[in-house]
Design a protein around this ligand. Structure first.
Ligand SMILES: [Fe+2]
Length: 282
C-alpha cells in the first residue's frame, strides 16, 4: 500500500461505519486457515504448515510511535501453531525506523525456518537502509531473499522458496530469480511482497504455490469502493484470500499493520496458515 492511502473523507466514512458495525480499528486479529491439496506436493511432507506474516508496519511518524496493535496476538498465534515454515511477505517498516529494531520484532516470531522478502515501505528510506534491514534480519536467523532462491530441508525432503525482490518499488527481477532456481527444483514456493508481480513467474509453471501481501485487503474496505481503493492505493488487482493463476494457488494476506492512518475497516489483521497436503495421500 502507498503511504497516502486514505483521504480524510474516506477515513471519516470508515469511522462512522466502524461505529455502526462494531468493527475494530486495527486492534482485532484473526488467524486465517487454508488447507491446500496439491498433486505434486511430496507425500513425505503431507500436513506441512506454512505461516505467512506481512505488512507489520512499525516505526515512528512525525516523532510518534507507529505501532501494530495486532502484533501480540499474532505472536501468540504463531507460538501456538509452531509452523514448519514462516514466511514474512515484506513491509516491516513505516516512515522512520531502525533496522535492528524491526529485525528484533521479526525475531520474536518462532518457527522451524523463517524466510522473508522486503516490501516497498522497507525501501522508502533508500536502498542502503533496506540492505541494512536485510542484514539485521539475517543476523536474527531470518533468510532474506532478494531475487534469490533458497533450499530448505524438512524430513530429508527439499523445499525451495524463491523470493522476488519488491515489485511496487521496482526492485523485482523475475529473470534473475528464475536463473537462480535450479532446473527441477521442487517443490518451489514463490514469495513476493506485491501479488501482481507473481503473474509472470507463475506462467513458467515452476511454482507449486505463491504467497504475497501488500494490499492490506484495502485496509479501509468500504463496501462498493474496495476495488477502487485497491487499484488507487495498492495499485493492485488483488484483494485478499486464495486465487488461482493457471491452476497455481496464490494466497494474498491482508497482513497485520496499517499505513497512512491507524485504521482498518472490514480488513481485520491476520496471520495466514497454509496446511499443505499431497494428493498422493487420501
Ligand atoms: Fe507494501
Amino acid at each position: 500500500m502507498s503511504q497516502g492511502i486514505f483521504s480524510s473523507a474516506a477515513t471519516a466514512v470508515g469511522r462512522v461505519l466502524g461505529a455502526l458495525t462494531g468493527s475494530s480499528w486495527g486492534a482485532g486479529f484473526e488467524p486465517v486457515w487454508y488447507s491446500l491439496r496439491m498433486p505434486e506436493w511430496p507425500a513425505a511432507l503431507d500436513g506441512f504448515l506454512v505461516a505467512v506474516v506481512a505488512d507489520i508496519h512499525i516505526g515512528r511518524n512525525h516523532g510518534r510511535a507507529w505501532t501494530c496493535p495486532a502484533l501480540p496476538a499474532a505472536l501468540r498465534a504463531i507460538r501456538a501453531e509452531r509452523p514448519d515454515l514462516l514466511i514474512f511477505a515484506g513491509d516491516f517498516a513505516f516512515k522512520e525506523w531502525t533496522p535492528v529494531d524491526l529485525a528484533h520484532i521479526a525475531s520474536l516470531f518462532e518457527a522451524g525456518s523463517r524466510v522473508a522478502v522486503l516490501g516497498n515501505h522497507d525501501f522508502a528510506r533508500g536502498d542502503t537502509q533496506a540492505a541494512q534491514l536485510a542484514d539485521a534480519l539475517e543476523d536474527c536467523g531470518i533468510t532474506v531473499l532478494r531475487n534469490q532462491a533458497h533450499m530448505l530441508r524438512f524430513s530429508n525432503q527439499p523445499v525451495w522458496v524463491a523470493g522476488l525482490d519488491d515489485a511496487p518499488s521496482g526492485h523485482d527481477d523475475v529473470d534473475l530469480l528464475l536463473s537462480r532456481l535450479p532446473e527441477g527444483a521442487s517443490p518451489a514456493i514463490l514469495l513476493s511482497h506485491g501479488p501482481d508481480a507473481v503473474r509472470e513467474a507463475a506462467r513458467t509453471g515452476r511454482f507449486m504455490l505463491a504467497v504475497a501481501g501488500h494490499t492490506h485487503g484495502g485496509q479501509v474496505a468500504i463496501p462498493g469502493l474496495r476495488s477502487f481503493i485497491l487499484r488507487r492505493f495498492a495499485h493492485s488487482e488483488f484483494d485478499r484470500g486464495l486465487y488461482r493463476l493457471g491452476g497455481m494457488p496464490l494466497v494474498v494476506t491482508k497482513g497485520l499493520g496499517m499505513v497512512g492512518y491507524p485504521v482498518r475497516f472490514r480488513a481485520r489483521p491476520e496471520v495466514v496458515f497454509l496446511k499443505l497436503h499431497s494428493s498422493q495421500i487420501d
